[in-house]
Design a protein. Structure first.
Length: 220
């Protein structure tokens, strides 16, 4: 019964947004992932709620939110905030690039064999080298998509929709929109982390342990 109520509430919000034109906006890919229709509606809702203006600011929001979503979708708010804080700490650290999108997509790239075969250098298309980037979801060889709803039926995928909404909220606060003072750095300056339930990376012994939050161990 509770699931039905939540589904109905989310569906109602989608139709409400569609009425004011948000669902009709043409989404030009700003980050690495594709978004289903409801994921786009949720994005524009948060952009409006936090009054985020300008292409660069919205692009930063999308890149950071995607990283939170794919790295910590099943984590509670504290775990999602921790991923956001590590991403921000890297942006502020001279060892990494100085924008959120560049930090999230950091890693070696290779040129597509199709454009490599052409004489022109202007048509070159590059892809990340598989399993060589900083955040594993970005170069795991899988298609990246925020599935907030089923595309054929329109049915809300409640867990994904909620995780995407939370990811955008946390990203907005991390970027300084809204009451950002409430979002402290719960990683205490961490710039590295790993999922201790899945891997023990070789570099972990060379870093300083800080703490565990959810499924991740944070280090610097």
């Amino acid at each position: 019964m509770k699931t039905a109520i939540i589904t109905a509430a989310l569906a109602a919000s989608v139709w409400a947004y569609a009425g004011d034109g948000k669902a009709d906006k043409v989404y030009q890919k700003l980050g690495a992932a594709d978004l289903t229709g409801q994921a786009q509606v949720i994005l524009w809702d948060k952009v409006d709620e936090y009054q985020i203006k300008g292409d660069k600011s919205i692009k930063d929001l999308v890149c950071l939110a995607e990283n939170i979503y794919f790295e910590a979708r099943a984590e509670p708010i504290s775990g999602k905030a921790a991923v956001a804080n590590v991403t921000r700490n890297r942006v502020q650290d001279p060892r990494w690039p100085d924008t959120f999108c560049k930090v999230v997509q950091d890693g070696p790239v290779r040129e597509s064999w199709k454009t490599r075969a052409t004489p022109s250098k202007d048509d070159a298309v590059f892809y990340p080298v598989k399993h060589r980037c900083q955040f594993s979801w970005y170069c795991d060889g899988k298609a990246d998509k925020i599935w907030a709803n089923m595309e054929v039926t329109g049915e809300t995928i409640i867990g994904n929709a909620r995780a995407w909404t939370d990811s955008l909220m946390i990203a907005s606060l991390t970027l300084g929109y809204g009451d950002h003072l409430a979002l402290r750095d719960n990683t205490q300056g961490a710039v590295f982390y790993y999922n201790h339930n899945l891997v023990t990376p070789s570099w972990s012994g060379k870093k300083t342990y800080i703490r565990i939050i959810g499924n991740h161990t944070f280090m610097k």
